[in-house]
Design a protein around this ligand. Structure first.
Ligand code: NAP
Length: 273
């Protein structure tokens, strides 16, 4: 499993992690951790806290320092005090003293200054090693950065990014590059390519002895800032996804996938599904 630096931080994180929406299967999550997918993504929203509880159960036998656990606060709970309370609830369900990254799930009605002050408090209190956002476009990101107290930085932006939805390459990835932030691709496996595109993916998959899904994950994470968090409750899927963490695509293969699944122009806001 390849790892890389998580944005500006000095934390080495596996390029392929694990999603847990709506709820994970404990055995599948553990198989993934054993295969190096130690970045586990959850949220207070998922299963109304059940996802965090199952993640807590799954990770309990592992040394805490070997994991990179991420959770998210709902925008409706994201006042300064609300962030602190939500984090305590999440930590209890996750059976841990801290998370590795704590995210605002999406931008809501609470002023960003207030939410960001709450996130910064978590870092100061040692409850979150890093903080970040999700579903932020460059406009939100610029505002978010301004709203953060000095010496606190966003480590990542978690966004919808897959072979159908490559518009982040023209918007959020350039922002991330300028700000040395990680981009975490959610729903990374969605694709609706035609049969010709599937042939391209299939040929590359055969050459690397992995599945087309693994090739998609390798493509999405070839940018030095990008990570992906596929969710799999099926052990065979977990193993296929973990294999992506060892695939390095050639320039020709990247160009072929780029042609088969072209970047479309974004119409409207950053998509979320
Ligand atoms: P996804 O990971 O792209 O797709 C999950 C689906 O793909 C499941 O049905 C899974 O089946 C299947 N699958 C997994 N690996 C496969 C493989 N190798 N081959 C074929 N099928 C495979 O979609 P997602 O769950 O929407 O996104 C992933 C994670 O991102 C979520 O779980 C969540 O943690 C996060 N997320 C965040 C946000 C946000 O707003 N920040 C939004 C959506 C998602 P099985 O489960 O049966 O294996």
């Amino acid at each position: 499993m390849k790892t890389k630096r998580f944005g500006w931080t000095d934390l080495e994180v596996p390029v392929i992690g694990q999603g847990t929406w709506p709820v994970p299967a404990v055995a599948a999550l553990r198989r993934g951790i054993d295969l190096g997918m130690t970045h586990v993504d959850t949220a207070e929203m998922y299963g109304d806290g059940r996802s965090e509880e199952l993640v807590g159960e799954a990770i309990a036998p592992y040394p805490r320092a070997s994991l990179f656990v991420v959770t998210k606060v709902l925008p409706s709970n994201a006042t300064q005090a609300g962030v602190a309370t939500a984090c305590e609830r999440s930590l209890r369900r996750l059976r841990t003293d801290y998370v590795d990254c704590f995210l605002l799930h999406w931008r809501g009605d609470v002023a960003l200054e207030e939410t960001m002050a709450g996130l910064a408090d978590l870092v100061r209190a040692g409850k979150a090693r890093t903080i970040g956002v999700s579903n932020f476009d460059p406009w939100d990101l610029r505002e978010g950065v301004v709203a953060l107290p000095a010496a606190t930085r966003i480590a990542c932006n978690q966004i919808l990014y897959n072979l159908d939805e490559r518009t982040p390459e023209a918007h959020e990835l350039p922002w991330a590059r300028d700000n040395d932030s990680a981009v975490v691709a959610y729903t990374p496996l969605a694709r609706s390519g035609d049969s010709a595109s599937e042939v391209v993916l299939g040929e590359i998959a055969r050459a690397h002895r992995v599945t087309p899904e693994a090739v998609a994950l390798a493509f999405l994470t070839h940018d030095p800032l990008a990570f992906a968090i596929p969710k799999a409750n099926t052990i065979a899927h977990v193993e296929a996804n973990a294999a992506a963490g060892d695939v390095t695509l050639s320039d020709d293969e990247i160009a072929a996938i780029d042609r088969a699944f072209p970047v479309r122009q974004r119409v409207g806001p950053l998509p979320t599904n």
